[in-house]
Design a protein around this ligand. Structure first.
Ligand code: ADP
Ligand code: MG
Length: 341
């Protein structure tokens, strides 16, 4: 049974960056405004994430890593309109099967915190140990895949894995700004590689993550269903698209490959056909420019989005894909044409 569990865990958690993504989403779901990550050896040796969110109550700690333990989904029907990033209760369970995992947490209204370690989805004896703490949660994941040699072998070098960690964290830092600050550093390094503050603007976050050259040249992109702006705009027709973003223009000069930071309904996802369509616009309009940089915050009617398509939730499916892509492509094209005049 443990073999099955380890295989299942490997589908959800494929590498350090995917473990981090799940934990970042948990911290965001917990209402954190500051999230700090420390990494050793590309996340193989250590991946530690500290947040100032709701914390976890003592009575919830025993089952925290049981499969399908989730505080976020009460009825199956909720899946269609789920507003939290997590909903399956798979992530911590999976991580506990393939690492040495410890949780230190203090609920907001508690007097002190607790420290617990987990193995194979179970809390280890003797159970929650009271510790001095500040409100929030620290999750420490050590020796990821120590017991799954095939996964270990499939990983890239420590510096490449660390690059993927920075990429994941950077996307959330941009999307969540302003409101949530992030930092990421290598264990033992004083200076973080990424550092954003909760009060900083989105452009500040872009500057901190992707550099001043990118931030300097961005064009704002905006589009709403029915021509309106606020979230109260009624959804019209089959599309009901809302789109906000920042895109590189003609003077952007430092990209060697396309960066598409894509969030659909608050989830960080990939969409290869959309990427191709956008690259096509840039290639047609700005053939001499370097590879584009785009941040897109796309909202679709929740019922048109399939969030549970893939174990890592990385690829999102949505209805009317070709039409939706065409609307976005058209908006980007119009923006680039207007800014070129
Ligand atoms: P899911 O996010 O799908 O609910 P997870 O396995 O990712 O499942 O997490 C299980 C549960 O643990 C969550 O529902 C949440 O109640 C709790 N939890 C995990 N991380 C945190 C955190 N950083 N702060 C507060 N609660 C957390
Ligand atoms: Mg989760």
């Amino acid at each position: 049974e443990n073999v099955v569990n380890k295989i299942a865990a490997g589908e959800v958690i494929q590498r350090p960056a995917s473990a981090l993504k799940e934990m970042l989403e948990n911290s965001l779901d917990a209402g954190s405004t500051q999230i700090s990550v420390t990494v050793k050896d590309g996340g193989n040796k250590l991946l530690q994430i500290t947040d100032n969110g709701s914390g976890i109550r003592k009575e919830d700690l025993a089952i925290l890593c049981h499969r399908h333990t989730t505080s976020k989904l009460s009825q199956f029907e909720d899946l269609e309109t789920i507003s939290t990033l997590g909903f399956r209760g798979e992530a911590l369970c999976s991580i506990s099967f393939v690492s040495h995992m410890a949780v230190t947490t203090m609920a907001r209204d508690a007097q002190y915190g607790f420290r617990v370690t987990y193995k194979d989805s179970a809390m280890e004896a003797p159970g929650p140990k009271p510790v001095a703490a500040v409100p929030g949660t620290t999750i420490t994941v050590e020796d990821l895949f120590y017991n799954v040699p095939t996964r270990r072998k499939a990983l890239k070098s420590a510096s490449e894995e660390y690059g993927l960690i920075l990429d994941t964290l950077g996307r959330y830092a941009v999307y969540s700004a302003p409101g949530v600050g992030f930092s990421c550093r290598r264990h033992g390094d004083g200076r973080p590689d990424i550092s954003t503050t909760a009060a900083g603007s989105r452009l500040d976050a872009v500057r901190a993550v992707y550099g001043a050259d990118v931030a300097r040249e961005l064009l704002p992109l905006a589009l709403a269903a029915g021509g309106g702006t606020g979230p109260e705009v009624p959804v019209e027709g089959p599309l009901g698209i809302k789109l906000e973003g920042l895109i590189s223009g003609a003077n952007y000069g430092s990209g060697k490959k396309t960066v598409l930071v894509l969030f659909i309904n608050g989830r960080c996802v990939e969409c290869a056909p959309l990427r191709r369509a956008l690259e096509g616009v840039y290639a047609a309009l700005l053939p001499k420019a370097s590879k584009p940089w785009l941040f897109l915050d796309l909202r679709l009617p929740p019922r048109q989005v399939e969030v549970n398509m893939h174990p890592t939730k990385r690829e999102v499916g949505f209805m009317h894909q070709a039409e939706v892509i065409e609307v976005i492509r058209g908006a980007v094209e119009a923006k680039l044409l207007a800014s070129n005049d």
